[in-house]
Design a protein around this ligand. Sequence first.
Ligand code: KIV
Length: 268
Amino acid sequence: MTIKRPITVTTLTDMKGRGEPIACLTAYDYSFASILDSTGVEIILVGDSVGMVVQGHLTTLPVTVDDLVYHTKCVSRGVETSLIIADMPFGSFQLSPQKAFENAARLLGEGGAQMVKIEGGEFMRETVEFLVERGIPVCGHIGLTPQSVNQFGGFKVQGRETEAASEIENDALVLDQAGVSALILEAMPSALAGSISKKISAPTIGIGAGPQTDGQVLVLYDLLGLYPKKSPKFSKDFLAGAGSAVTAVEHFLKAVKTREFPGPEHCL
Ligand code: KIV
């Protein structure tokens, strides 16, 4: 199979410029990645959510770089069009920009990803700059960053109070300046996510961040109603009534493109 992967960082910026919503879903294996790719989902995220929905851990913290390299390789084999982002797991990037580069290079070189995702705000500025200067596109991730679940005391909405909201907005501006190619905004008030999306040049991809972001992402196992534990309020089971996984993904894609999803019932 020839890997073409025509969707690039430029495609995402152009879509933001045109006001065209970007659709992103997680995948961890060849078969689901092929389905997402064939339906036209622009971004496939090999998320460290693999630790919870596939490996059965309570958090994403036990996921390793080897796990993510393995799953990114599996996903890569099924993808011809979508852009693949690989998550950098807990402990793989916080120590130093050099350590982050070493691990990110594996996700691109061995895994076949085109971008890596890093959780954290302003304190990640130097690492983002270090990777971007060396040719590795970076997706930031702020708001509820699941790798900090122990610091937050649970998977809680972030940025409700004025001070917390302005800290998150500052994080977004700093990461944008540092050169992120996309920014995940997770579990925060819609107004905050909307304001950030207007102020930064990088496309924002929301999850539990309301309808005003430049794109939407869901964990595939939530979208298909497969995760046996409680799914977050902001997710939606698109398989219910759809009849097949392919149709469920198509419904998600349409709902993102028409901005029907997320609806008010999915906002925090
Ligand atoms: O790991 C993951 O799936 C993620 C998404 C929830 C954005 O980070």
